[in-house]
Design a protein around this ligand. Structure first.
Ligand code: SF4
Ligand code: FE
Length: 482
């Protein structure tokens, strides 16, 4: 059954998560003013799946049951699915103006569908059966999954088993007849407290000495022993203020959390990889490739930022200046370049032995490498056009005050036909996207999410066929025969 946004919200209320923020336990997570905008953003993935005009993009047909499911629980069956996934990311980024968090789960599901199958073929294990049972449960209940890959990693020069503190990477600490006990943490977990399930995967390729760390499993997010510590975002406490104007984006946001697993029990039927160190690299690579494509979301957020920039230019009365027009063209050029990459790696996708379609790895890495750069340039141009008022504007409380409001209204008015409050709102939105809570998603997450820039460069170096390129050149100039 595909949940509605209201059913999704209700389902979160049934979870008993242990969440901490600002030194206190948050009992009512769903209604917490700082967390709620991030819940609203995930809820959009449910709401829009019921809109007739978006059904084609946001839903799919389950290859397991033939039923209509939310695309965020779908295993890609062809390149069209992969292309639609990119369109879905852009659409939701544009409607929320932030990270809507649900992509990590679908990317983890697809990566595991490939790797559990490959392990079973080679090793005679039962991982794929367990995984498919879990997948059916996720699809039938339309769950949001946190795809948890990033370990804290301690000393980056040391492998997992060499760390002074053995918990720097998630590992098994005890094997029992009915399951395993695991300990460790996953850092920077996008949407963690808005998720029903956490899918844990290893974060790097491993050797035999690291086999206790070569584990993957899924658990309900409120399993005993899991604690969430919310990450701070720049300007987050503005959400606690009475006047909502200073938020910029009034409705939506993202969140990340540190998820601590303190001796947590995982039943065998939820273990999808156990000490299979030789397959860690494959799982990391598949998840990373899928997730690098998911950053199509940034072109949707870029749409919002470009729209805001054109609007502020009009409010300032500078929209006809040729350099302003050119800056907006440049912003669009960069933004569409981002989208091109996400579409291309989907269009060039291929079928894996499991039947799952996977994006082209090289193009997915090239695409994500663009994402580590172009949003910064788009944001720079937005700030250029917006002007300094974006960061010197007094607070909404001063704007609403009887004593000072009239001066702010008078002196910060742009062209006469636009109410000052509109200029106020659009400047705050640009501030939110380029410096505030949404800049976490639009900028720093673009840099480090789904792997930092160097991770993509390593993959690009590994995947390009340099010999072939050299042969092409040598043939044309006669060093080698045609
Ligand atoms: Fe999805 Fe983008 Fe958020 Fe990653 S950053 S979870 S791809 S919306
Ligand atoms: Fe991310």
């Amino acid at each position: 059954m595909m949940m509605t946004a209201a059913q999704y919200e209700k389902s979160l209320r049934n979870l008993n998560l242990i969440v901490y923020m600002f030194g206190e336990r948050i009992i009512n997570v769903v209604d917490d003013p700082i967390i709620r905008p991030s819940m609203n953003a995930v809820a959009k993935t449910y709401e829009m799946a019921h809109c007739p005009e978006h059904v084609d993009i946001l839903t799919a047909t389950s290859h397991l049951t033939g039923k209509k499911i939310n695309r965020f629980t779908h295993i890609h069956q062809n390149t069209d699915d992969l292309i639609k996934k990119a369109r879905m990311g852009r659409l939701l980024g544009a409607h929320t103006g932030c990270c809507f968090q649900r992509c990590v789960g679908v990317d983890a599901l697809n990566a595991l569908s490939i790797v559990t199958y490959n392990m079973d073929q080679k090793l005679g294990t039962q991982y794929a059966d367990r995984f498919v049972n879990f997948l059916k449960y996720v699809q039938e209940n339309d769950l949001t999954c946190d795809g948890a890959m990033t370990d804290p990693k301690g000393d980056r020069a040391l492998s997992p088993h060499q760390q002074t503190d053995p918990d720097m990477y998630m590992h098994v600490v005890e094997e029992k007849s009915d399951g395993i006990i695991v300990r460790g943490a996953k850092a920077h977990q996008t949407g963690a407290v808005n998720s029903h399930e956490i899918i844990v995967m290893p974060t790097i390729a491993m050797s035999e000495a690291d086999q206790d760390y070569a584990i993957s499993f899924a658990l309900p997010s409120d399993s005993q022993g899991i604690t969430y510590i919310m990450g701070r975002q720049s300007c987050d406490t503005r959400k606690l203020e009475d006047s909502i104007l200073d938020r910029g984006n009034l409705h939506f946001g993202g969140h990340e959390a540190l998820c601590v697993f303190d001796n947590v029990f995982v039943p065998w039927d939820r273990v999808f990889m156990y000490k299979e160190y030789a397959y860690c690299g494959q799982l990391v690579e598949k998840f990373a490739s899928y997730h690098r494509q998911s950053y199509a979301c940034k072109s949707g957020v870029g749409d919002v930022l470009i729209g805001a920039t054109q609007t502020v230019a009009e409010y300032n009365g500078v929209q006809k200046a040729s350099h302003i027009k050119d800056k907006l063209i440049e912003m669009n050029h960069l933004n569409e370049t981002l989208f091109c990459g996400a579409l291309a790696c989907g269009a060039e996708g291929h079928k894996e032995p499991s039947g799952t379609y996977c994006v082209d790895t090289l193009l997915a890495n090239v695409s994500k490498q663009n994402v580590t750069r172009l949003p910064y340039e788009i944001a720079r141009l937005a700030q250029d056009v917006a002007g300094g008022l974006m960061v010197t504007l007094p607070s909404a409380a001063d704007y609403k005050s009887a004593e000072t409001g009239k001066w702010i209204d008078k002196y910060f008015k742009g062209r006469s036909e636009t109410p000052m409050e509109h200029r106020f709102r659009i400047l705050r939105l640009i501030e939110n996207l380029t410096l505030g809570t949404a800049a976490v998603g639009y900028l720093t997450e673009s840099m480090h999410g789904a792997g930092s820039p160097q991770a993509q460069r390593v993959m690009i170096a590994r995947l390009i066929n340099m010999k072939e390129k050299q042969t092409l050149a040598k043939r044309l100039c006669g060093i080698e025969p045609l």
